[in-house]
Design a binder for this molecule. Structure first.
Ligand code: HEC
Ligand code: HEC
Length: 191
């Protein structure tokens, strides 16, 4: 059992090799960056950038996946292989990197519509998604629109296990057809 676990961990790059031993966080981070992009800035679509999100948000979400309180097709199994201390170190590491918006331009009428339908979101996210009102709120400006859309669909779906009641309520108030528009609106914002 233990042997199998070690093999699984080695496959995920969780077992420090001698070359990485000098800088354990770099070994952990390499695994994450395989999917999330160099320096935690994603190259696309349904894969979110994680560099520059707040330490509190990162830690919350990773610990919720680990405890099973929150579902994720991609992150739950992976994160169960990390200790709480490693998760805390990863959150700290990514939070120190700059937030790097990847601006995905859309037509002006879509921007106007997006701004309109996200009125009720402003108090927490700021007008463009770039001014979160607290440490528990992620940045949305220049995050990948496809990813934002998929997350909103999860918050809206009562069968999908999410934890944040206000986000669940707020996304459920959007018309189905406005979810993608809101996502594209934030994806197009530089700051
Ligand atoms: C096999 C690919 C893969 C690997 C490796 C991976 N992730 Fe992810 N991660 C994803 C995907 C896909 C999502 C999108 C959300 C989902 O699927 O639940 C995600 C979502 C996230 C989010 C949510 C971002 C947001 O804006 O809310 C964080 C934080 C995160 N991952 C951190 C990490 C960390 C830290 C590691 C390394 C320990 C890591 N990921 C490794 C695929 C991966
Ligand atoms: C009361 C404050 C609040 C309001 C209002 C609010 N949000 Fe959020 N939003 C949050 C918080 C906090 C999170 C992180 C929740 C979590 O940990 O699951 C979040 C997460 C998100 C995410 C996921 C981002 C990611 O990186 O995974 C999206 C997309 C989003 N909000 C869009 C919206 C939209 C669109 C609206 C309006 C229809 C809205 N929010 C209204 C506080 C709020």
């Amino acid at each position: 059992m233990r042997y199998k676990l070690l093999i699984a961990m080695a496959a995920l790059g969780l077992v420090a090799t001698p070359a990485l031993a000098a800088d354990p966080i770099q070994g952990l981070v390499n695994t994450c960056n395989n999917c999330h992009g160099t320096g935690g800035v994603s190259v696309g679509h349904s894969m979110p950038s994680i560099a520059g999100l707040s330490e509190t948000y990162l830690k919350n979400i990773l610990m919720e996946w680990k405890s099973g309180a929150r579902a994720s097709a991609n992150m739950t199994r992976l994160i169960s292989g990390y200790t709480d201390a490693e998760i805390a170190a990863l959150a700290k590491y990514y939070a120190k990197l700059p937030w790097t918006p990847v601006v995905q331009p859309v037509a002006a009428d879509l921007i106007a519509k997006g701004k309109d339908i996200t009125d009720r979101c402003e108090t927490c996210h700021g007008v463009t998604g770039g001014k979160p009102d607290d440490e528990e709120t992620p940045r949305l400006n220049g995050q990948w629109a496809k990813y934002l859309e998929l997350e909103m669909l999860k918050y809206r779906d009562p069968a999908f296990q999410m934890t944040h009641k206000k986000m669940i309520r707020n996304t459920q108030k959007l018309d189905q057809g406005d979810v993608a528009t809101a996502a594209k609106y934030y994806g197009a914002q530089s700051k």
